[in-house]
Write a protein that binds this ligand. Structure first.
Ligand code: NAP
Length: 283
């Protein structure tokens, strides 16, 4: 794959092409983005070799779509219309069901591979792109059987070479499970940040007391609302279900506090300490 096009040259798109180029310096990376200033920044950071537009996609061997999920849903059919018959198109969106549905009957459906690399940071834009973001990380692949076998093979080799482990799931299961381990954690972090910011309006010294525990729990609240709002919209039903369960747990915790039932609170926390075993080896 010599001509690689990345649409959306931010954290994920930029980090992916950095790693791909490290594996094979002979590839040419073309960038497409909403704003020319973003492309210029990507050029100056050497993330891309050339600026391009959607009309250049006929020359692509690989197209990486790394834009917000609502934009992916709209643009993916247009991208498939433009690519040649041998091109591979992948998207990295954090939701999969609506995106897969948008192209389920497209005549070039076999040129598309739906995936979600479980890697990221709270930062965005070209300057957020980093080396080795995907080493040892899981890449969830959906509906692999709908992608042409030769293109599947190329994609799997490429993503294995940059250090990823593949995991296969249908889009419905992906969106349900990811709501718990990713979408809920972001809402929880945003709302914890909001609660403390609101309190700080009246008590200005509160952040002087904030320690690393606070910083690590609100880290995700620095994430981009432009990226997260469409994710919550596309995964609304699953996210509401997780929120109901989470709110029930918070309410129960509050009730135990009111009842002075600190033995039950101790047990709740001790049972949850099991998370240490579950997360062993995940950084
Ligand atoms: P990002 O750093 O904000 O980069 C996205 C880039 O795409 C921005 O430059 C944005 O420009 C541009 N863009 C937006 N709409 C566009 C359009 N219609 N056409 C061309 N360019 C467009 O975001 P990211 O974190 O890389 O996320 C990209 C995708 O990766 C999303 O689908 C997200 O769900 C997925 N993902 C993210 C993470 C994570 O942790 N961040 C992890 C796994 C997967 P503007 O800023 O000007 O809008």
């Amino acid at each position: 794959m010599k001509n690689i096009f990345v649409i959306g040259i931010g954290l994920i798109g930029g980090s992916l092409v950095k790693d791909i180029k490290k594996q094979d310096p002979s590839v040419t990376v073309y960038g497409i983005d909403k704003k020319d200033a973003v492309l210029s920044e990507a050029l100056s950071l050497s993330l891309i070799d050339e600026k391009a537009t959607l009309d250049d996609l006929e020359n692509a061997d690989l197209v990486i779509v790394s834009i917000p999920v609502d934009a992916t849903e709209k643009l993916l059919p247009v991208i498939l219309n433009k690519v040649n018959d041998n091109a591979l198109v992948v998207d990295v969106g954090s939701t999969k069901l609506d995106i897969c549905k948008a192209v389920e009957n497209h005549e070039k459906r076999r040129n598309y591979l739906a995936m979600h690399p479980i890697a990221g940071t709270e930062f965005s834009g070209p300057s957020a792109a980093i080396n080795d973001l995907f080493v040892g990380k899981t890449n969830i692949i959906c509906e692999v059987e709908k992608t042409a076998f030769k293109l599947q093979e190329k994609a799997l080799e490429l993503f294995r070479n940059i250090g990823m482990r593949m995991c296969y799931m249908n889009p419905e299961a992906h969106d349900k499970h990811i709501a718990y381990v990713s979408h809920l954690s972001h809402i929880s972090s945003f709302m914890l940040g909001k609660t403390v910011i609101e309190k700080e309006k009246n008590e200005r010294d509160i952040f002087d007391m904030a320690g690393s525990g606070f910083a690590s729990t609100v880290r995700l609240a620095k994430s981009s609302p432009a990226m997260w709002t469409p994710i919550f919209k596309q995964n609304k039903a699953n996210v509401i279900e997780t929120l109901e369960e989470y709110i029930a747990n918070l309410t129960q915790f509050k009730e135990l506090m009111k009842q002075d039932n600190f033995e039950a609170i101790y047990n709740e926390m001790e049972n949850t300490n099991y998370i240490k075993d579950i997360l062993k080896g995940i950084n």
